[in-house]
Design a protein around this ligand. Structure first.
Ligand code: ADP
Length: 736
């Protein structure tokens, strides 16, 4: 089925549902899928306050006589993510649409469409770039959406987000479908994962495929560590981490050496199970020998991390920040940060770790789900007191003490953008596997929960990113022994309804896009501080009487400052290009050879036999690592390692990041020139015998090229600009 056919089909379906909506409002109740009510309250995490202060018309929140099941309660559930089909870039002429004399060239993989006139001689001129795949899908699918009817939201899978979602939709005057709907909806709200509903072929889903996997503690640590190898200073906001069990030995040796060299140092470490959440299974240790690696049983997959011993305290209590971040799109990368967030407080005064207090969870762990069981937990009506407070109230208090909160906020924005840049490569691989270019599918966006600790010196530290941050706006209250009620939580409602409502506003299919010049503004240059107020156009005519957006765009706004960091994303684009088979996430040996050959990376010093050995060596090692899928082939992380190795061989005397940047430029140039040759061949071929151009998955016939040319060029320029700031002595001549 061609893209065009699919798009037309989607549009027809949209028109059908439009008619239905206009004419049969009353029938909506019957249209709702007979799936029963959405699963209730599996994922708590609520805050600490009492009675609702709000809209009297809201759905009653109390759930009388609910007996709490602690075992399943409140998993701030897992992380998951995915990505965009950034697949190859410069493939051209996938098919030609006749619009009079005007034609559209679909740029394979990027989803870009080039429009232009076909000259009498068959040459294609006056090409101007247009939208990418995600944008096109969004617009094609929804052009009609907003004109005559409210935006429709399928909430049948919303789970614990349901109440906040309902309030948001009510404020927006949109149309909710709590039990689903047979006709397509504009937006599908999933409580857990992209795959909550497998049948969606259009519209927008609030989850990326692969996000849960990407944000497991081990995978996030790996992704950030790769960035730390390339950019150690830029990524010093993530505590030093080791992956268990495979790096257990390394961890023990390194700590022993540190202690021998500096006997006064007495570091503490925090051990976190890979797929744990809400503090489950977490413990502190002071010596590697205290690791609970049970002999005889399979070693637990976990991350052991340097413990931040000197956090900033308020009222003598440790606290952390839950920041909501909207990943609006992967390609182009669009990130928004919520101005308002939550702070979660410990319930026992903090002391630096000692052998005596290591097991005091109420002192060391800020999780709401743990501290709510402490007798000291304070559910407060106020947003600036109690054990859960708004971020703004905490910043206000710090400002009153003379803290430079502009600097703190700017550091937090930088942390978020850098972390997102570390996550995106893996997400892109997942995205192209789940929604390959050409396959009908929804576009994705996702609200993420960043957990951030402020150190005593005010430096923000990333603890973790939650793919499924709790959107509950109620908390449980024990009304009699063992009997719990849900009561509204004003703090949660204030923050979370705003985040969901404004996410929906930004995803509104009828919303006017900010102008390209605005989007590409780029913000301050390298080294400049990110301003406190990320100025974005936060109102649009569709917003009516709604408050201004609480979500601020930070990317692409600050592209200029951070784009040079996107090296691994370009490696991922190469990886995706050579994956070949749709839905694949691993590179086979032949595909790896094709990559080497196409990019002309083998020579007399590096034969194809050595290439095969490199492939086998790295793939075998990675297949034994923790968290790595047992599927055959080379995953992205392994490919990145191979790429670093190749870069090191080729550009020996350069620092790693320059080695990698140089090899990327070389590969991209090879692919681009090859593409140009093929384009010429294709044009002369189509003149001789007009027929649709074929796309080859691999090899010289493949016209896909990872990232779109503008992104690559911009990224290379940013990188070179950045390099100019590095002292000359660090740069060396290229070696082969
Ligand atoms: P979970 O997903 O189980 O909540 P986290 O990584 O968020 O796991 O850790 C739980 C809590 O432990 C955090 O909220 C924080 O209070 C504390 N914590 C985690 N990592 C560190 C660290 N490196 N240094 C100090 N405290 C930490």
């Amino acid at each position: 089925m061609s893209d065009r056919y699919v798009r037309v089909k989607i549009q027809i379906e949209d028109m059908k549902s439009l008619g239905e909506d206009a004419g049969r409002e009353a029938a909506d109740a019957e249209e709702q899928a007979p799936e029963g009510p959405p699963a209730a309250s599996v994922f708590p995490d609520a805050p600490g306050v009492t009675v609702a202060a709000g809209d009297a018309s809201r759905v009653p929140l109390t759930c009388k006589q609910r007996v709490k099941s602690r075992s399943t309660a409140g998993k701030d559930v897992q992380k998951h993510a995915s990505d965009v089909p950034l697949h190859g870039s410069v493939v051209t002429a996938r098919h030609l649409n006749r619009l009079g004399h005007e034609r559209a060239l679909h740029v394979r993989g990027t989803g870009k469409i080039l429009r232009g006139q076909l000259e009498a001689n068959g040459n294609y001129v006056n090409i101007h770039p247009s939208k990418n795949n995600q944008e096109t899908r969004r617009e094609d699918g929804f052009k009609l959406a907003r004109k005559n009817r409210p935006v429709t939201v399928d909430m049948s899978k919303a789970k614990t987000s349901l109440e906040a979602l309902k309030l948001s939709i009510k404020q927006l005057k949109w149309k909710e479908f709590p039990l689903g709907r047979r006709a397509p909806c504009d937006i599908y709200w999933h409580g857990v994962s992209f795959h909550d509903n497998e049948k969606i072929v259009s519209g927008q889903v609030n989850k990326f495929p692969g996000m849960i996997e990407m944000l497991r503690k081990i995978n996030l640590s790996r992704a950030v560590r790769t960035m730390q190898e390339l950019f150690p200073e830029e990524y010093d906001f993530y505590p030093r981490s080791w992956i268990l069990p495979e790096e257990c030995q390394q961890f023990s040796t390194q700590i022993r050496m540190v202690k021998e060299n500096e006997p006064t140092l007495n570091p503490t470490f925090i051990v976190k199970p890979d797929s744990g959440s809400q503090g489950d299974g977490i413990y502190l240790i002071r010596d590697p020998s205290d690791l609970k690696l049970m002999a005889g049983s399979p070693a637990k997959q976990a991350v052991v991390q340097e413990y931040i011993q000197k956090p900033l305290l308020i009222d003598k209590l440790k606290f952390d920040i839950r920041l909501y971040v909207l990943l609006k799109s992967l390609e182009p990368l669009e990130i928004y940060i919520a101005k308002e967030g939550l702070t979660r407080f410990c319930t026992e005064p903090y002391q630096e770790p000692s052998q005596k207090n290591l097991s005091h969870v109420f002192m060391h762990l800020t999780n709401y789900s743990l501290n709510v069981h402490s007798g000291n937990f304070v559910h407060s009506d106020s947003q600036s007191t109690g054990s859960k407070r708004t971020l703004s109230s905490v910043l206000y208090r710090l400002a009153a003490k003379g803290v430079d909160i502009k600097k703190v906020w700017s550091d937090i924005i930088a942390l978020v953008i850098k972390t997102a840049i570390a996550m995106v490569p893996e997400l892109r691989v997942h995205y192209q596997a789940d929604i390959p270019p050409g396959k009908p599918g929804p576009t994705c966006f996702q609200i993420l929960g960043f957990d951030i600790l402020l150190m005593k010196n005010l430096k923000p530290v990333l603890l973790e990113v939650n793919s499924n941050p709790s959107m509950r706006i109620e908390h449980e209250q024990e009304v009699a022994t063992g009997v719990f009620e849900y009561v509204p939580s004003p703090v949660d409602e204030e923050v979370k309804v705003g985040v969901i409502r404004d996410t929906l506003r930004l995803m509104d299919p009828g919303r006017r896009k900010p102008s390209v010049s605005h989007l590409r503004a780029g913000g301050p240059e390298h080294g400049e501080e990110v301003p406190m107020e990320a100025e974005t156009r936060d109102r649009s005519p569709e917003d009516g009487a709604l408050p201004s957006l609480c979500l601020k765009q930070v990317y692409p706004k600050y592209t200029k400052q951070f784009n040079y960091l996107r090296l691994v994303e370009r490696i991922a684009a190469l990886f995706i290009r050579f994956l070949g088979v749709k839905g694949n996430m691993r590179l086979g040996p032949t595909a790896f050879r094709t990559f080497i050959r196409t990019c002309k990376l083998s020579n007399s010093n590096f034969s194809m036999a050595s290439v095969d050995i490199l492939y086998i060596d790295i793939t075998r090692r990675w297949s034994g690592t923790t968290g790595e899928s047992k599927e055959a082939g080379m995953g992205l992380q392994a490919f990145v390692e191979a790429f670093f190795h190749l870069a090191g061989r080729r550009f020996k005397s350069l620092p790693l990041r320059e080695q990698v940047a140089s090899l990327l430029e070389l590969c991209e140039a090879q692919l681009e020139s090859q593409t140009a040759v093929e384009e010429r061949r294709s044009v002369s071929c189509s003149r001789a015998m007009p027929r649709p151009a074929k796309t080859h998955a691999l090899g010289p016939g493949n016209r896909q090229l990872g990232s779109p040319a503008p992104l690559r060029r911009a990224s290379s320029q940013e990188y070179r600009l950045h390099q100019r700031l590095i002292p000359r002595t660090l740069r060396a001549n290229v070696e082969n």
